[in-house]
Design a binder for this molecule. Structure first.
Ligand SMILES: Nc1ncnc2c1ncn2[C@@H]1O[C@H](COP(=O)(O)OP(=O)(O)OP(=O)(O)O)[C@@H](O)[C@H]1O
Length: 228
């Protein structure tokens, strides 16, 4: 059984004056396919750094990163870009949708960028919009969507490449509590249905469910896992 993601004794150091700051300090974690893990911790505790390492945007100073059982720690920039495009989905705090494109076109754009805007990919886009509850607004541009709908469009877009790993950064920070809970429920459902390994960085513990695994970071170190 391979994990969607394994971090093995990962440390990340940044230069800081004469010394270094350890943004991550000997962090090990495994994310199963179909596992939903929330990562929380105070400002500066290393959450963004963890997502950057998991998303192959930043090489750790030491330790190993394994994606679907494959050691990808030393991957070149272009290999990392390919791996991201093929295997990883990102959902950001703000969905960064393109103002001139409809919800459907935002998803089609992903297929177009991978050189595969086939009828099958168009169907996939529509299916994903349906699965996030956006079929009624598929032809609307972002300006005519609510904040929650825009975040859902961003989530659907992140799933276009059928990722094994879904990395989500503060998805509820721009939403009210109720919409935030809905977005977390949606991400949990997607994780189960699509079998992604999902990491959600969040400050917003109130949007999580009792069953959710929560990893706490403090000063770059992982605290003992607990449940919400
Ligand atoms: N590019 C960088 N250069 C130098 N130091 C950095 C860099 N990126 C992060 N750090 C430092 O590493 C530590 C962890 O930062 P990180 O951004 O991962 O924390 P965070 O938990 O995501 O914080 P926040 O909740 O405020 O986004 C902090 O001390 C930060 O100042």
């Amino acid at each position: 059984m391979t994990y969607a993601l394994e971090l093995e004794r990962v440390s990340v150091e940044f230069p800081d004056g004469d010394g270094v700051v350890k943004a991550l300090d000997d962090v090990s974690m495994t994310i199963d396919r179909g596992a939903f893990v929330a990562v929380t911790g105070p400002s500066g505790s290393g959450k963004s750094t963890l997502l950057a390492v998991a998303g192959l945007l930043l090489r750790p100073t030491s330790g190993r990163v394994m994606l679907a059982g494959q050691d990808v720690t030393g991957s070149s920039r272009s290999r990392s870009t390919d791996l991201r495009r093929e295997r990883i989905g990102f959902v950001f705090q703000q969905p960064h949708l393109i103002g001139s494109l409809t919800a459907m076109e935002q998803l089609e754009m992903v297929a177009r960028l991978s050189g595969d805007l086939s009828a099958q990919m168009r169907e996939r886009a529509m299916h994903l919009l349906e699965s996030v509850g956006l079929e009624a607004v598929a032809n609307r541009r972002p300006a005519a969507m609510s904040g929650g709908q825009r975040q859902r469009a961003g989530i659907a877009r992140a799933l276009m490449n059928d990722p094994q790993l879904l990395l989500v950064d503060e998805p509820t920070s721009a939403l009210d509590h109720e919409r935030g809970v809905e977005v977390i429920d949606l991400l949990r459902g997607i994780t189960k249905d699509q079998g992604t390994g999902t990491i959600v960085v969040t400050h917003d513990l109130a949007t999580l469910g009792e069953q959710d695994e929560v990893v706490r970071l403090a000063d770059g170190r992982m605290q003992e896992p607990v449940f919400a």
